[in-house]
Design a protein around this ligand. Structure first.
Ligand code: GLN
Length: 539
């Protein structure tokens, strides 16, 4: 019998539901159980692919090419699983399939309604996600906040699942903010109480409540939450601020949340084993070194835009016992104030992330140039890779004004150009080159040394690529293309062998980086930053 856990949130969004859901999954997984996770995003978009990272954070790409919510990244990192597009539901995707069925005639004669047709579709998707991987438990996180109009059909669907699956097989977890007032230092539970009331109004009584608070909640707050939430005090837990989010499963498990869930759902489980996780966490909170990284990006104002990259850099740091301090720098600043580029000398490494469109690209190119000329370890990902190629073309290969046709369609040297199969595509949603593709690495290269393999599978998300017409010119000047697609026609990695560490990839290694198993390019980069800082010779 599959068990279902539903996570809802109150008071405000970004309260850490994704981390909580991942942590619940982790507590169950360390007891030998097999959880899977579904994220519900009640917005009308079909997927997260067309959304601005500034508003919604990064788009997380799955192996199967899904452009999904960034919470799937947290689930993958915590549970070390590879999720699918189907693990992310949106209002758009649900309505689309119901409407397609209606047009097909599947509901002939009937009036198609939110209840039961939309809610049936939602329940069906949740159950299918569990069946598809043979999960013991399906965790479903409902995005947004209880009370949002958009969330209502989803909450109705999970309410119905209690009736259909039974009390013993379903569990409602509600998480809400418990702020501490500056003035009095008092913990305030009233907003949480209101959100529980809102949930009950919809027909859901939570089985457990998690208070998201800056500090461990005190006895008084605990008593109030239990009393007004109509649950025993032993079912109230607290997720307080930690040094790293990877501590959250440990914090909650120590309070007994893992045991509570297993007992409540009658789950037969093994003795929990947190050893590997705990080792990783210990390494993260007791680093021996520190490296400073300049991330030069377009969405620097919202760190969630680069969450997978940030985590991959940290995983790389943990693997060499180094704390990674990242400064998120607006690339446009280097365009407005070119002399500021010298500030990059204060960092141990320069990192140029993904991106789209012209804004900030000259600043990123300037950063790549500064890193190359001053031999500061450099890592470029996707757009960072393409812009490093442009920089090299302009400043080393003498191709003045070389550019990407994404930035300047009239450039005299389109060293980065639209991929042939992208020509004529007008629809923006889900039409990039997406998901896992094979990359062949050349022996005797940095790429091969980092990955220790000749063939790897890495995730992608791009429309543009290195233009084959310029490969010879760039190679002749010393740029090595050491990773390629299986047909050899798509450039996947570049490196400059005479530099301490200068590496960039068309693919996005960060999506596969895991705590305790850092992605090789990120690990190699941080290790180089640290070694150079410590005055060690190039590896
Ligand atoms: N804008 C570039 C492209 O579409 C790079 C995309 C990215 O960085 N993910 O090819």
């Amino acid at each position: 019998m599959v068990k279902y856990i539903f996570v809802t949130g109150g008071v405000l969004s970004s309260v850490g539901k994704g981390i909580l859901t991942s942590s619940i999954g982790k507590m169950l997984q360390t007891r030998g159980l097999k959880p899977t996770v579904v994220k519900i995003d009640p917005y009308v978009n079909i997927d997260a692919g067309t959304m601005n990272p500034y508003m919604h954070g990064e788009t997380f790409v799955t192996d199967d090419g899904g452009e999904t919510d960034l919470d799937l990244g947290w689930y993958e990192r915590f549970l070390d699983v590879s999720l699918k597009q189907e693990n992310n539901l949106t209002t758009g995707s649900i309505y689309k399939s119901v409407i397609e069925k209606e047009r097909h005639g599947d509901f002939l004669g009937r009036c198609v309604q939110i209840v039961p047709h939309i809610t049936n579709e939602i329940k069906n998707r949740i159950r299918t996600a569990g069946k598809a991987v043979g999960a013991d438990i399906v965790l479903t996180e409902v995005g947004g906040t209880v009370g949002d109009i958009e969330g209502l059909p989803f909450l109705e669907a999970i309410r119905q699942m209690r009736v259909e699956e039974g009390y013993d097989n379903t569990l409602y977890v509600h998480v809400a903010l418990v702020p501490i007032l500056d003035v009095t230092g008092e913990m305030k539970t009233k907003p949480l109480q209101h959100s529980v009331n809102e949930l009950r109004r919809i027909g859901i009584q939570p089985d457990t409540i998690v208070a998201r608070s800056p500090k461990m909640i005190d006895a008084e707050a605990l008593r109030k939450i239990a009393l007004f939430g109509t649950i025993p005090e032993s079912s109230v837990f607290c997720s307080y601020n930690a040094e790293t989010v990877y501590q959250v499963p440990l914090i909650l498990d120590k309070q007994g949340m893992g045991d509570f869930i297993c007992q409540r759902l009658g789950l037969k489980c093994d003795i929990k084993d947190f050893t590997i996780w705990q080792d990783f966490v210990d390494g993260m909170i007791h680093p021996e070194h520190e490296v400073k990284i300049a991330l030069v990006g377009k969405y620097a104002g919202l760190s969630d835009s680069y969450v997978s990259m940030t985590e991959a850099l940290r995983h790389g740091g943990a693997a060499c016992k180094a704390k990674v301090c990242i400064s998120y720098l607006e690339a446009e600043k280097f365009e407005r104030e070119p002399e500021c580029i010298k500030d990059l000398a204060n960092y141990d490494g320069v990192f140029v992330p993904y991106g789209f469109g012209p804004r900030g690209t000259e600043g990123k190119i300037a950063a790549a140039k500064y890193a190359r000329e001053n031999d500061i370890p450099f890592l470029g990902i996707c757009y960072g890779f393409q812009l490093a190629v442009i920089e090299f073309a302009r400043n080393v290969a003498g191709l003045t004004d070389a550019n990407s046709t994404e930035i300047n369609p009239d450039t005299p040297y389109p060293v980065i150009d639209l991929m042939p199969e992208q020509r004529g595509i007008e629809i923006k949603g889900a039409t990039m080159r997406l998901g896992a593709h094979k990359v062949i690495l050349q022996k005797d290269s940095l790429a091969h040394k980092l990955y220790g393999a000749e063939e790897i599978q890495e995730r992608h998300r791009h429309r543009f690529e290195v233009n084959l017409d310029y490969i010879e010119a760039l190679k002749n000047k010393g740029l090595r293309f050491t990773g390629k697609s299986s047909d050899g026609r798509r450039m996947e990695t570049i490196e400059l062998p005479d530099k301490y560490f200068y590496f960039a990839t068309q693919f996005h290694g960060e999506f596969k980086s895991r705590p305790g198993r850092a992605e090789p390019e990120y690990f190699g980069f941080i290790q180089a930053c640290l070694n150079k800082k410590l005055g060690k010779p190039k590896a």
